[in-house]
Ligand binder design. Structure first.
Ligand SMILES: NC(=O)c1ccc[n+]([C@@H]2O[C@H](COP(=O)([O-])OP(=O)(O)OC[C@H]3O[C@@H](n4cnc5c(N)ncnc54)[C@H](O)[C@@H]3O)[C@@H](O)[C@H]2O)c1
Length: 329
């Protein structure tokens, strides 16, 4: 039976796309790989064949040779952009070395196409809306890692004939997102804080702008990224058209959760205004911007309240303490 491999299957994109494929594309078997460093096994649909493995260090040939793998979604990553300068080695190992291993496996086992999720982080302080033709200029190790992977995927295409599609998602949120990590996923951090009786926190004055993309709207486009002929060898931004200031997004959350105090923290080194073009995703992947932030966030809040109580993840030892923000010490 034809198979699809999803790396990072316990995470937001991985677990949700795995379930979508199981339900909508029954001709494919879904093989999931994850080391559970940032995702939860209970988020993986029981019909997925799951392998617990670390992509940065484990041999993937056993998994790939046991299945007839047609498409690979390479979603696994540690996407803590602001923290990445303080965990450089981990960032590059987990994001770049892991991707090299996945590419090796794809070439060795004649995979039809790899879909790699890069990030809007590759654009750095570009001029929004970021366009796929802009020259990337990342401003942190996470963005640099994603850009390096993008280039490596393309070189594997040129030299070894591996077909690819690179997706640059932006601020995807929804049910199954990790809300227990204090370093990433702003909406998830706020939800955790509200659930634990803490004020919600904002870095700087909240005038930063982002567009928040609801996971359900991204699933069919992700499938098309693997299957549609027109998505072959394309780099495509993916996500919502509407941008919000962080402060106004916090206001929307406050309404949904019935109020919450806001605590302003020191400004971070981060891109101030970041949102992308969407035309290419609409034309090539059939993206439709259906779910507005208030609706998507209300659904995520409903889900979050039913989740088990977990401790927030705190990095046990940073690689670099110099320049570390007070709020992470
Ligand atoms: N969610 C977003 O807003 C967003 C935005 C831009 C880009 N992306 C990219 O999309 C992809 C998926 O994002 P997500 O939000 O689902 O992330 P996520 O953190 O929810 O899921 C990532 C999964 O990868 C796993 N993983 C990490 N390192 C691993 C390793 N070495 N070996 C095996 N498994 C490993 C984690 O355990 C986790 O389950 C990532 O590559 C991310 O960089 C996400």
């Amino acid at each position: 039976m034809k198979s699809v491999v999803i790396t990072g299957v316990a995470g937001l994109l991985g677990s949700r796309l795995a379930k979508w494929i199981v339900e909508n594309k029954p001709e494919y078997k879904v093989i999931g790989i994850d080391n559970l460093s940032g995702g939860y096994e209970e988020h993986i649909d029981s019909r997925v064949i799951f392998y617990k493995a670390d992509l940065a260090s484990d041999d993937l040939n056993g998994i790939f040779s046991s299945h007839q793998v047609e498409y690979v979604y390479h979603f696994s990553a540690y996407a803590a952009e602001g923290l990445s300068p303080f965990i450089r080695r981990y960032n590059y190992t987990n994001n770049v070395v892991a991707t090299a291993n996945v590419i090796n496996a794809c070439i060795t086992h004649d995979v039809k196409r790899i879909v790699f999720t890069s990030s809007m982080a590759v654009y750095g302080e570009g001029k929004p809306p970021f366009n796929e033709n802009d020259l990337p200029k990342p401003v942190d190790p996470y963005g640099i890692a994603k850009y390096a992977c993008e280039m490596d995927v393309q070189v594997a295409g040129e030299q070894h004939g591996l077909d690819w599609c690179i997706i640059r998602p932006h601020n995807v949120y929804g049910c199954n997102q990790n809300i227990w990590d204090r370093y990433r996923n702003v909406l998830g951090i706020w939800i955790y804080q509200k659930l634990n009786g803490q004020p919600i926190t904002i870095y700087g004055d909240g005038s930063q702008k982002r567009s928040f993309s609801y996971i359900d709207d991204c699933l069919l486009p992700l499938w098309n990224a693997a299957e549609a002929p027109q998505a072959s060898k394309q780099i495509i931004n993916l996500g919502s058209k509407k941008e919000y200031s962080i402060l106004s997004a916090a206001g929307i959350l406050q309404e949904i959760v019935g109020g919450s105090e806001i605590r302003f923290l020191d400004k971070r080194h981060e891109v101030h205004v970041a949102y992308s073009t969407h035309e290419k995703s609409e034309i090539l992947l059939g993206y439709k911007d259906i779910t507005e932030l208030p609706k998507g966030l209300a659904t995520m809040w409903e889900w979050a309240q039913k989740q088990p109580k977990r401790n927030q993840f705190v990095w046990p030892k940073y690689e670099l303490e110099k320049g570390l923000y007070q709020f992470w010490k």
